[in-house]
Design a protein around this ligand. Structure first.
Ligand SMILES: [Ca+2]
Ligand SMILES: [Ca+2]
Ligand SMILES: [Ca+2]
Ligand SMILES: [Ca+2]
Length: 438
């Protein structure tokens, strides 16, 4: 199931970068004679010791030459573009066993004379440094990118890249020789919507990864609206000013092409204003389901019916609204067995004063928001939580911080089937603030 789904985003990336850079040297195997002479060691504890204090991260960007000229986009014309900064992914594109880095980039308005901005691919030199290989990889492509989902969709052993964009998305096939080819047109996956997050997963269990694309609002240069806080100066409109956009589901035909099966699958819903998607099998039936975090609209929990269709169960499951019955500004989302119950729960990042949601899965199809009781609610109340990462700890990315929100006695670590989006750089690239006066 290594490639069942791979969605990589900033916090996961940061975690992996930390792990990679602190990788221990390869252990040397002792000769058999020495092993035989060793006295029996005490049985290892089944649970590794936990750190006694907070986990500390060190910024290794400069020493690793891990830098990129990213842009958070044009200013003035739209809140939507400006506040949607870009994501990144860790993937081993050359199969050398070391995670490489892909950074998505946005771009400026055509009328603004700014330097050309493109994707950035950094090869891991295995010594703590990285080399920019964007040009030779064929990824020096300009687009208004937002997120990235990496997976081997054609089962050739090489991880491919899907970039979500404002405007048509891009699929880059990994040719296996260090180069990528833009196969978007042939594959038929160039969703023209305002795409934010994407997930590769095999919804029909045919052995081929399909593609779910989360879309945001019906915004474009032409539909940009005038909003003002003082009646004089243009400010950024809130999501309520724009119509939502339906997500898109592409079925992998297995011949390098995909079919848009959104309507047939029952996923056509233009009320969605989606920023994040998480994969989980919340009812344990072997069919991957989808949780979609919506901004100012009810969240969705798409139950996979096992026959190519999905049914939104979010309201009955108790994950569509806050406990006060209001739709929150769902952004980052992740799923994982945070409580060791054997069932996957859901964590969602929301707007300031909305608190995060921590949905506990009781196994009967119902969820309970444990955020208030667990302390996460209070701790996250003042944060605008864009992204979350559920593993041994729940990490949250708010505007100006990377915060270890809480630690749970997880028994299962990160699952290849439960990853999360949005693939967006948050804390380290932007100081943009959303207007809190919605
Ligand atoms: Ca590599
Ligand atoms: Ca591939
Ligand atoms: Ca499939
Ligand atoms: Ca299921």
């Amino acid at each position: 199931m290594r490639n069942a789904t791979i969605i990589v985003w900033l916090l996961l990336s940061a975690f992996l970068l930390f792990s990679a850079c602190s990788r221990s040297p390869t252990p040397v195997t002792a000769p058999a004679s020495e092993v035989a002479n060793q006295t029996a060691a005490p049985e290892a504890s089944p649970t590794p010791p936990r750190p006694s204090g907070p986990i500390e991260f060190t910024d290794v960007s400069a020493p690793a030459e891990y830098t990129s000229n990213t842009t958070a986009g044009p200013s003035g014309k739209s809140i939507c573009r400006r506040r949607s900064v870009t994501g990144c992914a860790f993937l081993d594109f050359d199969n050398d066993g070391w995670q490489d880095i892909l950074i998505v980039n946005s771009t400026a308005w055509p009328e603004r004379k700014t330097p050309r901005t493109v994707l950035a691919l950094y090869h891991n030199n295995q010594d703590g440094t990285f080399t920019d290989v964007t040009q030779q990889a064929g990824l020096a492509v300009e687009m208004y990118g937002i997120g990235v989902a990496a997976a081997d969709y054609d089962n050739d052993g090489n991880e491919d890249i899907y970039i979500t964009c404002v405007g048509p998305n891009h699929l880059f096939r990994n040719l296996g020789n260090g180069k990528f080819a833009d196969v978007t047109a042939r594959a038929g996956v160039g969703d023209p919507s305002f795409s934010t997050s994407a997930a590769w997963f095999d919804y029909d269990n045919d052995g081929r990864l399909d593609l779910f694309v989360a879309n945001y609002v019906d915004w474009s240069v032409e539909t940009d609206q005038l909003c003002s806080l003082d009646g004089k100066n243009k400010s950024y409109c809130t999501p309520q000013s724009y119509k939502g956009q339906s997500p898109t589901l592409y079925h992998n035909r297995g011949n390098g092409t995909f079919e848009n099966v959104t309507s047939r699958a029952g996923l056509n819903d233009p009320t969605c204003k989606s920023l994040g998607v998480a994969l989980l099998d919340y009812n344990g039936d072997g069919w991957l389901d989808l949780f979609v975090a919506n901004d100012t609209e009810p969240n969705k929990l798409y139950k996979n019916n096992g026959n190519g269709t999905f049914t939104d169960e979010a309201v009955t499951a108790g994950v569509a609204f806050s406990e006060a019955g209001t739709a929150r500004a769902g952004m980052g989302v992740d799923a994982g067995d945070y409580d060791g119950s054997g069932r996957q729960g859901i964590v969602v990042g929301n707007f300031t004063n909305e608190s995060m949601a921590l949905y506990s899965n009781d196994g009967s199809g119902l969820f309970t928001d444990e955020a208030p009781k667990s302390g996460i609610g209070k701790m996250s109340a003042q944060s605008l939580t864009f992204a979350v990462f559920s593993s041994i700890t729940i990490w949250t990315a708010c505007l100006m911080c990377l915060r270890q929100t809480a630690t749970f006695p997880m028994t299962s670590a990160w699952s290849s089937q439960t990853s999360s989006t949005p693939s967006r750089r948050i804390c380290f690239t932007t100081r943009a603030r959303r207007n809190s006066k919605r």
